[in-house]
Design a protein around this ligand. Sequence first.
Ligand SMILES: Cc1cc2nc3c(=O)[nH]c(=O)nc-3n(C[C@H](O)[C@H](O)[C@H](O)COP(=O)(O)OP(=O)(O)OC[C@H]3O[C@@H](n4cnc5c(N)ncnc54)[C@H](O)[C@@H]3O)c2cc1C
Length: 512
Amino acid sequence: MGGSYPALMALGMLKTAPAHAFNLEGNGKGKKILILGGGLCGMTSAYELTKLGYDCTILEARDRTGGRCWSIRKDSHNQELNSPKQIADFDQGQYFNAGPSRIPHHHLLTLHYCKEFGVPIQIYNNVNEAAYYYAEGKGPFSNQKIRMREIHNDMRGYMSELLYKSISQDELDLDLNKEDIDKILEYLRAEGGLDIDNLYKASARRGYAIPPSAGNQPGKVAEVFKLADILSSGLADPDFYNVAEYTYELQMTMFQAIGGMDRIAVALEEKVGSMIHKNAEVTKINNIENGVKVNYTEGGVPKEIIADVCICTIPLKVLSNLDHNFSSGVSRAIDYANYIDTCKIGLQFKRRFWEEDEQIYGGITHTNNELTQIFYPSNDYHAAKGVLLGYYNFNEKAVAVGNLSYAEREKLALTKGALIHPQYPKEFETSFSVCWQKTPYNLGGWAVYTSETRERIYKPLLQPEKQVYFAGEHMTYLNAWMAGAFESARSVVNEVNNRLSEKRNIYQKVGE
Ligand SMILES: Cc1cc2nc3c(=O)[nH]c(=O)nc-3n(C[C@H](O)[C@H](O)[C@H](O)COP(=O)(O)OP(=O)(O)OC[C@H]3O[C@@H](n4cnc5c(N)ncnc54)[C@H](O)[C@@H]3O)c2cc1C
C-alpha cells in the first residue's frame, strides 16, 4: 500500500494503529459498575469497560472532571480548606497546569491515550541550560543569578580534572589495563572540556562575557568560577545539583498536551460524558450481599445507588474520611496513607520578558528559597503574554507557603521572583495558586510510599475488598504520574472483567 497509506489516513478511511492496544475478551452483558471519581483513572476505566459491554456510572464530587489533571484558565476556581473561593482571572487563552505538566517519552499509556483520543502533543523543554541557579543568602554567589550552563560546565570540568589527576597519577587502585585507563582519560578530557594540560579552564561551553559577532568581534569567553565559591554558595547542594534531570522520568525528551494538560481529561470526558454525574459527592460505601451500595449527595440532594461492582479511585486521604464497612486491615491501610505536600502558583505577565530579555525558552530556574523552582512555559514562544509557574515546591516549603493566604502567596512569589527577574513588578497582571494538601477531594499531591508502607498499606489495597476495587495513581509504582492512573485503570478493568465475565485474561502491564 506504501504511498497510499497517508492519503487514506487523511481521508479518514484508515484508523491509526493504537500504540498500545488493550484487547480483552469478555462480555459485560450490562452488568453495573459504579466508578467513584471522574479523574483520569475513573474515566479510563469507564471507557474501557464500556467497550466490553458493561453499564458504567461515574460519581464525581467536583463540577468538573479530570481531578488532578487540571489546567487553570479564566474562571477556573478552587476553594481550599479554611479559605475563601479563588477564581482565576487570566486572559482568554492563558493557562497553567496546576497538576501534570510533563509526559516522559517512555510513558507509553499516557502517549497511547493522547493518540487514541486525538490530543495533540508537543515537546516540553524540561532542561534549559539558559535558566538560572539563584542561591539566596549563601556564599560568594549569594543573590546572583547564574546560568545553569555555567555551573554545570564548571562542575563537570572540575570533577573531570580531579579524576584525571587521580587516575593519571595512579592514585586509584583500578583493576584496568593501560589501554582502558587511557580510554578513561580521553573520556574525561572530552567530558570536562579539559585543555591540553588536562586542566579545566574557561571555554565557550559555559558561555561568553562578550558574545561573538560580525566584523572584528570574535567574542570573549567568560571566566570560570572558583570551585570553592561554587561549593560555599551551596550551588552543588541538593537544591541545585542536576540529578533530577538525570532521573528516568525527567530525562528529555518530554512532552505536553498542546493547549494545556487538561485537554486529555476533556477528550476522555467526550467519550464517557453520558455516564458521569458531576457535583456527586460520595459519602458512604458499603459492601452488600452480591453488590455495593453507595450513598452520595448530588447537588445537595442525598441519593443512593447499587451496583454489581465498584471501582473506587478516590484518593486515599479523602477516602479515609468517608463512611464504609471495609475490614479493619483495609481501613487501617487507607487511614495511614501518606501524600506529598505540594504547591504551585501561576503568574500572568503582560510581556514574555524571560524570552525577550533573557533568552529563556522553557525550562526551570532553581533556587534555595521558598519558590524552589520557576517554570517557564514551553509553548506559545514569542506570544504577547504568558503565564509563568512562579513556584513549584514540596514538603516543608510547600507546607509553609500553603499556609499563607492567596494574597500572601502572590506577594511571596512576586517579591522572591523579582530578586531573579526584576521585570516582575512592571509586567505582572494576575495570579492563581493551588495548594494540593488543602484542596478538597485530593488533600495531597500524590501517594508517597516507602518499602515498608508498600507492604503495610499498598499490598492490602491491591486485593478487592469484596465488591470494591481500589484504583488510581496510588495503586501503582507510577506515583505522581498520569501513567499511573492509566495503568491502574487497565489493571482494574482486567480484574473486574475476569471476575464478571469469568475469564482469565492476563493483563500484561507496560514494562512486563
Ligand atoms: C502538582 C502535581 C504535579 C503533577 N505532575 C505530573 C506530571 O508532570 N506528569 C504526569 O504524568 N503526572 C503528574 N501528576 C500526577 C497526575 O496528575 C496524577 O497521577 C493523575 O492525574 C491521578 O489520576 P487519578 O484518576 O488516579 O486521581 P485524581 O485525578 O485525583 O481523580 C480522583 C477523582 O476522585 C474525585 N473524588 C474525590 N473525592 C470524591 C468523593 N467523595 N466523591 C466523588 N468523587 C470524589 C476527585 O474529584 C477526582 O476527580 C502531578 C500531580 C500533581 C498534583
